[in-house]
Design a protein around this ligand. Sequence first.
Ligand SMILES: Cc1cc2nc3c(=O)[nH]c(=O)nc-3n(C[C@H](O)[C@H](O)[C@H](O)COP(=O)(O)OP(=O)(O)OC[C@H]3O[C@@H](n4cnc5c(N)ncnc54)[C@H](O)[C@@H]3O)c2cc1C
Length: 497
Amino acid sequence: MASYDVVVIGAGIIGTIIARELTRYRLKVAILERANDVSMGATKANSAIVHGGYAEPKTTLRGRLCYPGRKQFKRLNEELNFGFRETGSLVVVSEDDTASLQALFEQGVANGLTDLSIIGADEIRRMEPALSPDIKWALHCRGAGVCSPYEMAIALAENAVANGARLQLDEEVVRIAKQKNGFVVTTGPSQYQTRYVINTAGIHADRIAQMVGLDDFKIIPRSGAYILFVRGTGDPINNIIFQLPTSQSKGVVLTSTYHGNLMIGPDAADQEDREDTSTQIERVAAIYQSCQRLYPDMDPGKFLRSFAGIRAKSTTDDFIIEETSVPGFINVAGIQSPGLTAAPAIADLVLDILENAGLELNKDPDFNPNRRPIITRQPLLPYPEIEHLVDIPPSKEKIICRCEQVTEGEIVDALHRGIPVQSIDGAKRRTRASMGWCQGGFCHPRIAEVMERESGKSIDPLFDIEHSGVNRVGKSELKDYLDGLCGSPLGGQKTNK
Ligand SMILES: Cc1cc2nc3c(=O)[nH]c(=O)nc-3n(C[C@H](O)[C@H](O)[C@H](O)COP(=O)(O)OP(=O)(O)OC[C@H]3O[C@@H](n4cnc5c(N)ncnc54)[C@H](O)[C@@H]3O)c2cc1C
């Protein structure tokens, strides 16, 4: 049986960043992930916002860890090249509701922020000319930003593996046995001996804790739906645009993703099912309508897809990060928003907990913090400039995905980085191939061909589509629904500014 100092359960942003930080030291580290890739839980479907750190009070871990996490993104991105941009954020109000903004401002200052201000209509108009003139006031946070969360988890995992960690995909932890000096962790095919276990299993963290007899919290899945628009639609929006937070979430957001897609959402709905990421028309339409009030020129014709992510809210309503009453078993659970932002600070805290629990942290002089990018953010070229690269024989320059202008060289690079890429979706998350207008209609068979050639294994280009088994509201369904509500065709809809 393989033996480790630390076994991390779950390869989302939290598991991968903790594992990567552990590889700075002379330690044997394994990450066990039940899915066929890293970043398959909440980490791949969220708002991708690196939050300012004013939205939660300092009486909570969520409030205390957000800003220290945010401050590390610039350095992490310089090392790992996953995509991060400081855009700034605005919490906007249409009424003279400055009291709510003032409360958030004061909470932010109490959390240590130094880059907050409340601004009026003229300054908002200068920063965001595309937004509705009805907006009167806003809380501006200069250092908030956007990142590409799944690229970040992939980068962290690649860097952890390059520094000696073992990543085991397709292995669901099903049993954990406490022993005198550690644990035996059992997955379907294998067993792992380890001194410490870190539970970063997201929406399943309560079930993992129950495996060692801990039953002091439950996870309440809370879904959040989004609409994503085609690339370039985010360009008129400069900051992340928040509405006032609700009791359930930070409210529906209007944002340009790291790669320039307009994205609106999420709403919030508790649900029984931990895996159901389907979207429902009433919810998607409500998101659309709530953002149209802020951004009247939003073009529904550029709708790309809807999707949903599931928050792992705990019954304590806060992050749970502690060594438990089972010595050596550490919970990192209930990591709902702002878990992505707080991730670097969560990793720091977990390393402190491990050290206090007796783990020796001796620096590994061979640790290399750097990882080169697979893709970088670039404007798309006019199609005639790349057309001649589409039907050429296999080569580095050949364009495989026309919509996102992804080359064969980029796909081949993504496949050979120490983490098995086992599906077309895996190649998509690394390169953006098939994230464009045609959603894979053109490039899925071409990606499959490259993957088959490189791996020698057969890839079904329809596998990801057919087996996702999830109902998602499409463009025409939204259009028909809104037409029905308004009695006017959505396609031509333009509300007065
Ligand atoms: C709708 C929504 C919007 C959000 N927006 C933001 C935002 O803008 N900014 C921000 O900072 N945060 C945001 N968050 C929060 C953020 O996404 C999460 O805090 C973060 O992704 C949690 O990461 P994680 O690693 O804990 O969980 P996950 O990413 O869910 O990873 C857990 C992993 O554990 C694996 N696993 C589960 N059970 C087992 C098992 N038995 N064996 C092996 N592996 C297992 C899963 O497959 C999964 O890969 C948002 C979350 C949601 C859902």
